[in-house]
Design a protein around this ligand. Structure first.
Ligand code: ADP
Ligand code: ADP
Ligand code: MG
Length: 649
């Protein structure tokens, strides 16, 4: 076994590999870009080497720097993770030329599967069923259109170099072909620098079922299937294993085909053979076709680990170190069911817009496996994939595993950025998905309901207001309360550009009434736990000027300083009121004085801070109603300006 390996990756997968390495007594070396100096994967590693700027081309895609880092740190092998250099055969050759071991397949095997057209031809020869279509050399638009007609519409145009759903277009009929071809080629050119395409029959109600394979360079075994049909725009969202509705016969047929594919190219290490499956009826032994092979550890490998009890990274290290396959096919079996959900920083109602931001608070629930590359305080930067974590649950049956996934998503707490938690939660609770009716069109069909923005209840606003005032903590600033008159305070919160105001009336340290618009929410502490209108309150995190209520998958509000808001005296621009109870520290105005908008007229000391009260407009001071040193209630009039001549007219 190696004593040191270098992980040529970042984020959750780098951390994932290091955890197994550590468990095996193998030292790990991290590499990092400028953007990742303080990243979790760097903190987890036994040693770390800086390799360059934040752009992938300057760091995680710079094979020469990574190899130099491995040599310098005494590593004997390089684990590529997924993405970046993991499927780059030139990198594999350079690693080997440097006398190091690449933890993965040979350059030759990667090349054989690198282009979808060549891979399909190879698989066809090996007796693996491939999707009917044209994957020849000819790229002339006229010829391709003719081929599409022969295959029969609808067809799918795919970039031969494709990945991540890029360069792929569905064409319904001959009329739309030319335009779709142009745009597929243009996208493929930009994404992969290769505009060649192939044409495939579009499978109706398709399901994506893939088989995990593992080879030692000669023979291979499979670790059953994963169903990844829950996709948005050809990108996986929730994956599961085993596939719903799978029969022993079809599993046997698909597993055998996948093993044949791996053995045909002398595959070593972990790989995935992806099949497209006709989901319009039940699964059939003649109803699946080879799509592509991913020659690396796959993002969704944890579901396979959960149902087989195999640590795939351990197997990768052992096989790369020269051991044979750790288990024979007969020794592998399925235990229960597992789901994985990909948690991203993205704004779902705004069209799944990737988001960035500092994770001010991050809690993963008990009862779920969380694979993550970030901790509370870390930044989701614009340089990389905005993935926050993968949440995986296991159960004895599909229903139990799915129930656990739903519960885990509800109990996940992220503050500081928007996330797709609500979307994932809605999927986990989707009735059709619950019944196992999965196909790649499910999300698109129900997109509106699945991506609806969360409802923000009055109780949520009330709770956020109380939290922002520090009133939820026991023994907080309000000790000594009983001596006071009931306190009234106003809180202004902002969510998605809209301001909401709440008025808090404190009756005791354990009882507050909160007005939110016309509604009144009562907050009472019973047995040490807060209740809102009698129902147990969700958890809340206050982090700086952000308060996040963990109802509806995390509802965040900015806490606005009421005194900084221009419209504070909006009700009557002639009266300057105390926005909260406090002590008038100083008054700078006297009757008859001319003031200009923005002039500081008084200072109020409240909530342990001094707040300046500014003139809301130009005018003349009519009267000063409170002197320095006086204690005032929220809403008390402090200074009145003379009627605005123009406004009065
Ligand atoms: P899976 O998600 O099942 O692993 P995909 O084909 O969706 O398979 O792509 C996964 C890998 O390819 C990931 O490692 C990801 O980092 C990388 N990848 C996917 N899409 C892109 C993209 N648009 N640009 C660069 N890398 C990508
Ligand atoms: P990528 O390399 O981008 O992952 P794939 O060839 O694996 O491309 O296809 C991605 C997704 O597109 C599949 O998971 C499936 O949802 C859909 N798809 C691919 N081929 C077909 C097909 N022939 N018919 C219907 N859907 C398909
Ligand atoms: Mg794919």
């Amino acid at each position: 076994m190696f004593d040191t390996i270098l992980i040529a990756n970042r984020g959750e997968i780098a951390c994932r590999v290091m955890e197994t390495a550590r468990a095996m007594g193998v030292r790990s070396v991290a590499v990092y870009s400028d953007a990742d100096r303080a990243a979790r994967h760097v903190a987890l590693a036994d040693a770390a080497v800086h390799i360059g700027g934040p752009a992938p081309a300057e760091s995680y895609l710079d094979g020469a720097k990574i190899i130099a880092a491995a040599l310098e740190s005494g590593a004997q092998a390089i684990h590529p993770g997924y993405g970046f250099l993991s499927e780059n055969p030139d990198f594999v050759e350079a690693v080997e030329a440097a006398g190091l071991t690449f933890i993965g397949p040979s350059a030759k095997a990667i090349r054989a599967m690198g282009l979808k057209d060549a891979a399909k031809a190879l698989m066809h020869e090996a007796g693996v069923p491939v999707v009917p279509g044209y994957h020849g050399e000819e790229q002339d638009p006229g010829v391709l259109a003719e081929k599409a007609g022969e295959i029969g519409y609808p067809v799918l145009i795919k970039a031969v170099a494709g990945g991540g759903g890029k360069g792929m277009r569905l064409v319904e009929d001959a009329k739309g072909f030319a335009e779709a071809l142009d745009s597929a080629k243009a996208e493929a050119k930009t994404a992969f620098g290769n505009e060649a395409v192939l044409i495939e029959k579009y499978i109706q109600q398709p399901r994506h079922i893939e088989v995990q394979v593992f080879g030692d360079g000669q023979s291979a075994v499979h670790l059953f299937e994963r169903d990844c049909s829950l996709q948005r725009r050809h990108q996986k969202v929730i994956e599961e294993a085993p596939a719903p509705g799978m029969t022993p016969e079809v599993r046997e047929a698909m597993g055998a085909a996948a093993v044949r594919a791996a053995e045909a190219i002398g595959y070593a290490g972990a790989g995935t053979v992806e099949f497209i499956v006709d989901g319009s009826g039940g699964l059939r032994s003649d109803g699946f076709w080879f799509m592509e092979m991913n020659t690396r550890l796959q993002v969704e490998h944890p579901v396979t680990e959960e149902i087989t009890g195999v640590d795939l990274v351990e197997w990768q290290l052992r096989v790369a170190a020269g051991e044979g396959l750790p288990k024979r096919q007969e020794e592998l079996s399925i235990d229960g069911h597992a789901f994985e959900a990909r948690l991203y920083a993205e704004d779902v109602p705004k069209g799944f817009l990737p988001a960035t931001g500092r994770l001010r608070h991050l809690v993963f629930p008990e009862g779920a496996r969380a694979d993550t590359g970030v901790r509370a305080g870390d930044e989701i930067s614009p340089h990389y994939d905005p993935m926050i974590a993968k949440l995986t649950t296991h159960g004895p049956t599909r229903a139990v595993a799915l129930q656990r996934l739903g519960a885990a998503l509800e109990a996940t707490q992220v503050a500081g950025t928007v996330t797709n938690l609500a979307f994932l939660g809605a999927l986990a609770r989707h009735e059709g998905f619950g019944r196992g009716e999965v196909d790649t069109g499910l999300i698109a069909r129900d997109l509106e309901a699945l991506s609806a923005p969360p409802e923000v209840s009055d109780a949520t606003v009330a709770l956020a207001a109380l939290a922002s005032l520090g009133l939820l903590e026991s023994g907080g600033p309000e000790t000594g309360f009983a001596l006071w008159q009931p306190l009234r305070r106003s809180v202004v919160l902002r969510r998605e550009g809209e301001e909401v105001q709440a008025k808090v009336q404190s009756l005791s340290a354990e009882a507050h009434d909160v007005e939110v618009g016309d509604a009144l929410v009562t907050a009472r502490r019973v047995g040490g736990r807060w209740q809102l209108d009698g129902a147990l309150a969700p958890e809340v995190a206050v982090t700086g000027d952000l308060v996040t209520v963990f109802a509806g998958y995390g509802i965040g509000f900015d806490i606005l300083d009421p005194l900084e808001r221009g419209e504070f005296a909006a009700g009557d621009a002639s009266v300057i009121e105390a926005p909260m109870p406090g002590m008038v520290k100083a008054v700078f105005a006297e009757a008859g004085q001319e003031v200009a908008k923005g002039d500081r007229l008084a200072v109020l000391e409240a909530m342990k801070m001094e707040h300046s009260l500014l003139a809301p407009r130009d005018g003349v001071v009519a009267e000063v109603l409170a002197g320095a040193g006086s204690q005032v209630e929220a809403g008390a009039a402090l200074i009145r300006l003379e009627e605005d001549a123009e406004a009065a007219a």
